[in-house]
Design a protein around this ligand. Sequence first.
Ligand SMILES: NC(=O)c1ccc[n+]([C@@H]2O[C@H](COP(=O)([O-])OP(=O)(O)OC[C@H]3O[C@@H](n4cnc5c(N)ncnc54)[C@H](OP(=O)(O)O)[C@@H]3O)[C@@H](O)[C@H]2O)c1
Length: 168
Amino acid sequence: MGPVVTSYNVISEDGYITDRNRDESFIPDATWGEFIKLIKDNDVVVLGRKSYDEMYKGYSPQLIKEFEETKTKKVIVSRDLSFEPKSGHVKAASPEEAISHGSKILISGGPSLNSAFLAAGLIDHFIRLIIPVNIGDGLKPFPQEPKLVVESSQRLKDGTTLETYSLS
Ligand SMILES: NC(=O)c1ccc[n+]([C@@H]2O[C@H](COP(=O)([O-])OP(=O)(O)OC[C@H]3O[C@@H](n4cnc5c(N)ncnc54)[C@H](OP(=O)(O)O)[C@@H]3O)[C@@H](O)[C@H]2O)c1
């Protein structure tokens, strides 16, 4: 059996992962803990090169520290042969190469990386943490929303909702 791949995104109630300026400030820092928990449940976490850049440019040192301190292998996907991620991260040139690094893989991509994984038929499960705000416009997790069936839905104490889905 191949690796099990889970796609994770934090989205607004109306389905966006960033606003129209690629700003994620509608996402409370407190939701980072859910991401860290999921990272620890997997042996590999995969980011697209652009999300990786955004994280190191814009996130607080505390959030980055929590991310870096997880023992989970961190794989950054890029087609750029000259790209060298920071120490503690490895690069992969394709989704297939990224998942060759382990057996339980969490991907947290933007629409570009997510759609590459989806098109390659590599995503087994989807998890979304839904923030109860509407932001009107922005980036969606997938350029074309896949047909998803809700498997579970859990309202968390902070008012967010954690949902899991499979492809219909
Ligand atoms: N709210 C959330 O849950 C969440 C999660 C993740 C990201 N985001 C946001 O989403 C935005 C980024 O999304 P994005 O779609 O622009 O970028 P992305 O998916 O993070 O990364 C795209 C990059 O990944 C690499 N890539 C993608 N497909 C590939 C393939 N098939 N083979 C090899 N490399 C591939 C390319 O890197 P190179 O250009 O280096 O070749 C591409 O430019 C950011 O604003 C980020 O903050 C939000």
